[in-house]
Design a binder for this molecule. Structure first.
Ligand SMILES: Cc1cc2nc3c(=O)[nH]c(=O)nc-3n(C[C@H](O)[C@H](O)[C@H](O)COP(=O)(O)OP(=O)(O)OC[C@H]3O[C@@H](n4cnc5c(N)ncnc54)[C@H](O)[C@@H]3O)c2cc1C
Length: 538
């Protein structure tokens, strides 16, 4: 397979970029499951942008910086906030049906979420992501330049030695296809749009695809990574034995819901003067403390004081899903717990979406652009994905004469060597479970150096065992994902151990204060001549 643009992932980042670069050349989008299996499809709250006359770019910038705990790159925040309104209008022109409100100067019904000082979140009730994914897929399918391949999982990047040992460049990827064959996909530009890493943790709001594949592939290839200690835990995931990963959107608190303990007593005022609308890190830690102190399994969200019809109309998905589990949210409390939600760090990119490897871009949750710093502001991630898809396209368009001349040499086919068929899935499933429990128990919302060191020691052993399996047996999608969550877990632990302070989403109980000496990104790459999983700080 040979194309101009290989895009790995079919969420908002991959599809937005595909639609743009299809103006330049041929596009292949590989996606590891069904085309809609993505975090994008699950997004509820919406997309933040300055759309109303009651709002200002200065305020959106201010809110983003305040949430980012001193680590946002100001030029990136300015850029994203500035381009936000245009990108949202573009989504509307592509067919995204945001809820309207003729009473607002924007013509849209704008929601408010934690950390935002204004109403600025465009939404499609509580199924915004599904609506965006639908509209983008519809346009992609009408475009003859774009081919989407479902059930194709990228295994590793194709790295070419351009100058005999000096710089490497990316020329595509090895992809495991539906026939269980690893094929070579060559491309002039390869773009990682593989989403987040929530599956590293036992409890997560993320879909099953969120195994950090893009991060692991980029790290193995030698890319510079950043800020992987900053994992956002969403404060309110539904707590019910049958609900695997169902989110109760922040917008519910935005519309007046209150967090209460098992006695129905509100507790957020003890922790922050913004109460229930404090940023996610604060609310998640408050819930974690309440649960640990009282020994209860969950806390509760109370929206029973709001008009019944309003709740049903504003949150149809949440209302319907909770009802399926026997909870009528219009007159009963919703049981909730925090869960891993968003990776603020990732593959470091510049303002054009370029990674440190030539020929390799990263967009969406996989990228660390500098927008989120130490804590992402709610509803800024869909925005980041569309703004950077446009920026990356602009870069490719401006340099197309050079990029289109890139020639890709003959590439060695994938070698299975002496690999055997693995007929004991238990070897894989056991490690999946082990990793996710270690990460939840030792590398969660509140961390300590002792727990992190313990996690590192245990993870190293598991990681070596998985690498051995990877070499001994034929690759399967399950094995590829396990290998990736093991590596990503190690990288999160290494990053967390490096930052001896508490800042934003990273709370280290031994160092509860923010320290000026750490007012910088944690940047690292694969250790030269070291074992895979070891890092060199940059
Ligand atoms: C429940 C939930 C609610 C959210 N609500 C909001 C919200 O209201 N507002 C907001 O701004 N953000 C929200 N977020 C975050 C936001 O949805 C994500 O950050 C964003 O959608 C990520 O988009 P993406 O394109 O980077 O990745 P995704 O949408 O996750 O897409 C990743 C794609 O990559 C594919 N893929 C992964 N690995 C491979 C591989 N090895 N080979 C081939 N394909 C691969 C996947 O199959 C998928 O198609 C929410 C997230 C969740 C989980």
């Amino acid at each position: 397979m040979e194309c101009d643009f290989l895009i790995i992932g079919s969420g908002i980042a991959g599809l937005s970029f595909a639609l743009r670069v299809a103006q330049l050349g041929s596009v292949v989008v590989v996606t590891k499951k069904n085309e809609v299996d993505s975090a994008t499809n699950l997004a509820q709250g919406g997309i933040a942008a300055v759309l109303s006359k009651d709002d200002s770019k200065r305020d959106h910038i201010q809110d983003t910086l305040a949430s980012g705990a001193g680590l946002c790159k100001e030029e990136v925040v300015d850029l994203v906030v500035d381009q936000g309104p245009e990108r949202v209008r573009e989504l509307i022109s592509l067919g995204v049906d945001f809820v309207k409100d003729t009473g607002d100067s924007s013509g849209l019904n704008l929601g408010k979420e934690g950390g935002h000082s204004r109403r600025r979140v465009a939404h499609a009730h509580d199924f915004t992501g599904r609506e965006i994914e639908r509209a983008l897929l519809e346009k992609v399918k009408q475009n003859p330049q774009i081919q989407i391949l479902e059930n194709h999982i990228a295994v590793d990047l194709l790295m070419i030695d351009k100058t005999r040992g000096a710089a490497l460049y990316c020329a595509g990827a090895y992809v495991l296809d539906e026939k269980m064959t690893v094929e070579i996909y060559k491309a002039k530009v390869t773009t990682l749009c593989t989403g987040g890493t929530g599956k590293v943790y036992l409890y997560t709001t993320n879909p099953d695809i969120a195994t950090g594949d893009g991060l692991a592939m980029a790290f193995r290839a030698g890319a510079v990574m950043a800020n992987m200690e900053f994992v956002q835990f969403h404060p309110t995931c539904l707590y019910h034995p049958k609900a695997k990963n169902f989110l109760i959107s922040e917008a519910v608190r935005g519309e007046g819901a209150i967090l209460v303990d098992q006695n129905g007593i509100p507790f957020m005022e003890k922790y922050d003067n913004r109460k229930d609308l404090a940023t996610r890190d604060t609310v998640a830690r408050a819930i974690d403390k309440e649960m640990k102190e009282s020994g209860v399994d969950c806390v509760f969200l109370d929206i029973t004081h709001k008009d019944k019809d309003f709740v049903k109309e504003r949150f149809p998905t949440i209302y319907g899903r909770c009802l399926e589990y026997g909870i009528d949210i219009t007159h009963e409390y919703i049981p909730v717990v925090p869960a891993a939600h968003y990776m603020c760090g990732g593959v470091e990119t510049d303002t054009w979406g370029r990674t440190s490897i030539e020929g390799l871009l990263a967009l969406g949750e996989t990228a660390c652009t500098g927008l989120h710093g130490g804590n992402r502001l709610a509803s800024n991630s869909l925005l980041e994905a569309v703004v950077f898809a446009e920026r990356a396209y602009e870069y490719c368009a401006q340099h197309w004469t050079v990029i289109s001349q890139r020639s890709i040499p003959q590439i060695e086919p994938w070698k299975a060597g002496e690999a055997q068929i693995l007929n004991e899935e238990i070897l894989i499933n056991h490690n999946w479970d082990l990793i996710r429990r270690i990460m939840w128990n030792y590398v969660g919302i509140v961390r300590t150096v002792k727990r992190l060191k313990l996690a590192k020691r245990q993870m190293k052993g598991i990681f070596q065992e998985i690498e051995q399996h990877y070499r001994d047996y034929f690759v399967t999608a399950n094995m590829i994902e396990l290998r990736n969550i093991a590596l990503v877990s190690l990288l999160i632990i290494e990053s967390a151990l490096t930052r001896r302070e508490s800042r934003g989403l990273h709370f280290l109980a031994d160092y509860p204060r923010t320290r000026d000496t750490f007012a910088h990104d944690t940047r690292f790459r694969r250790k030269k001549d070291g074992l895979l999983g070891e890092i060199d700080l940059c």
